[in-house]
Unconditional design. Structure first.
Length: 255
């Protein structure tokens, strides 16, 4: 039977049979057979295809060996699980970001604990000066998703926490405009802290603050594993967020 999931994934990425074949270095006719005849490729081609299309390999094929391999890979990418964010060693955040050579991303609603840390500000200055891509994504304090998250946590002050973070970041925005700051309107299911091929993922749990929710320390082992799933979330949110500068802070916060 035709593999409609593979066909749909191609369309979603705006790719053709030819562009996929070129990306994974196989004959276009081979890719066509995967789609029209439902042929199952070798596992190395399955994972290469999933990486090119930025989907989980098990979305495209249900081959038992592939599912087992993907499951083992996912387990291997999880380094440490902390039961609550407040149990994460206090220095780990700076250690993680201190290792960044290419990418340093923060995807949160407020991430107030980082904005309050002057050593974290120093680290951001040093990293952007060294050529690291630094991106800070905060929630838009006026959007519905932020208001709802505050309600879900039971305090209804999430917008205020974001405004506080923006005020704290304003000097950094002025002195280092190369640091990217954007506001997003997304319903955020996880706070994500990425440094190159490592990240801390803090799931959001209904009824409790993020500091009480677990944290997973992930390390990338492939281009189609668990790490990549969260990394793609950062990219999608960044693409749909709007830039914010020091000049915007007064109108947003009233400060």
């Amino acid at each position: 039977m035709p593999n409609e999931r593979l066909r749909s994934a191609l369309l979603a990425r705006n790719m053709t049979v030819q562009t996929l074949a070129d990306a994974i270095e196989v004959n276009p006719k081979t890719v066509e057979r995967w789609i029209t005849q439902g042929k199952v490729p070798y596992r190395r081609h399955q994972f290469a295809t999933a990486a090119a299309l930025k989907v989980d390999v098990t979305t495209l094929w249900e081959d038992a060996r592939t599912v087992d391999t993907a499951t083992d890979l996912t387990k291997a990418e999880i380094g440490t699980v902390y039961p609550h964010r407040h149990t994460v060693p206090s220095g780990l955040w700076r250690e993680l970001y201190g290792r960044a050579q290419k990418y340093l991303d923060v995807l949160v609603y407020s991430g107030l604990f980082l904005s309050e840390d002057p050593l974290f500000h120093d680290l951001l200055r040093a990293k952007v000066a060294a050529g690291v891509q630094v991106r800070i994504l905060l929630g838009n304090p006026g959007c519905a998703a932020v208001r709802q998250r505050g309600i879900d946590e039971g305090h209804q002050i999430m917008d205020g926490k974001i405004r506080n973070a923006l005020v704290l970041y304003r000097p950094l925005m002025k002195s280092h405009p190369d640091i990217g700051f954007r506001l997003h309107d997304s319903t955020l299911y996880n706070s994500i802290y990425r440094s190159d091929d490592e990240m801390l993922v803090n799931p959001h749990v209904y009824g409790i603050g993020a500091y009480m929710a677990p944290v997973f320390h992930l390390r990338r082992l492939s281009d189609s594993g668990l790490f990549e799933t969260y990394a793609n979330s950062i990219e999608h949110t960044w693409e749909n967020a709007r830039q914010v500068t020091a000049d915007d802070i007064a109108s947003i916060t009233g400060a």
